[in-house]
Write a new protein. Structure first.
Length: 282
């Protein structure tokens, strides 16, 4: 009888231990009142000039909300962004923000800053969620994680229409300061048609990541290939590089709304061309 009781007791303890281990392996726990999956706070960050999204963008945003009901989807408009940067960041950073001539550039800067302070997923409003975020890659080896991928239509840059990271990631702190310092040293050359990419967009974003990894002479695709061969050094710095298809087909997909949407959607390329034309005539 005693052996039977002992066996039942040990079996009970074993079952509890297995359940606890299973729960831990799901990478689900709580950080500051928000549920986290794989250490990533469950925020979905998006932005547009107003809270009123044009039809196509509103439908795409809905894919993120319906496929991720446990996540908090926040839409910042221009006023929200300015208030956040003014109250949460340094005076030089806020001044940098005020000097940016286009809304798309302010959105670029904000996405880096909000991920730095809060973590979560950033995605453009012209992106579609194709797989619930809880099923995205989350096998992190440490407490810091920034998940990025090369752009699919070219191997030079890392995409920044979708990315996700833990809160207060050292890489994001480095990147935000790198971009600010780049502006302080180079300014904004609006006579150059690539001034958006080079000041706040994929070009300077990629330069900052490469500087953080001490890989200044490599393209985004080359970094992915090196990561695929030996990821230990990257993961030690909390960087995880997925293939280009992950943010352009597998997990999410960007449809380049500024080129193809109607319904009053902001076409930042046209705004850029106007700024360049004005600068060249001065």
């Amino acid at each position: 009888m005693n052996y039977t009781k002992q066996f039942i007791k040990l079996l009970y303890i074993w079952i509890i231990a297995v359940c606890v281990l299973y729960y831990a392996l799901q990478h689900v726990y709580t950080v500051e009142g928000f549920q986290s999956i794989g250490a990533i706070p469950t925020h979905i960050w998006q932005t547009y000039k107003t809270k009123q999204l044009p039809g196509p963008a509103a439908r795409m945003r809905e894919t993120w909300i319906t496929m991720n009901p446990e996540w908090e989807a926040q839409l910042y408009d221009d006023a929200d962004i300015e208030s956040y940067i003014k109250t949460s960041w340094s005076e030089p950073m806020y001044e940098f923000y005020t000097k940016l001539p286009l809304g798309v550039m302010k959105a670029d800067l904000w996405r880096y800053l909000i991920l730095t302070t809060h973590g979560g997923v950033y995605t453009d409003v012209d992106s579609i969620c194709k797989v619930p975020i809880k099923d995205w890659f989350k096998d992190f080896t440490g407490s810091d994680a920034l998940v990025i991928s090369p752009e699919k239509d070219g191997e030079q840059h890392f995409c920044q229409w979708t990315m996700y990271c833990t809160k207060e990631h050292p890489a994001m702190r480095f990147i935000t300061q790198f971009i600010l310092q780049h502006y302080l040293e180079h300014g904004i050359n609006t006579r150059n048609e690539h001034f958006v990419h080079e000041t706040t967009g994929p070009s300077v974003w990629t330069k900052a990541i490469k500087a953080y990894l001490n890989r200044n002479d490599m393209t985004a695709q080359q970094l992915f290939e090196e990561y695929s061969t030996d990821a230990k050094e990257f993961q030690a710095k909390g960087i995880y590089i997925l293939s280009a298809e992950h943010f352009q087909g597998i997990y999410s997909e960007n449809v380049y709304g500024s080129l193809f949407f109607g319904d009053g959607y902001v076409k930042w390329t046209e705004q850029r061309d106007t700024v360049v034309k004005e600068a060249l005539t001065q």
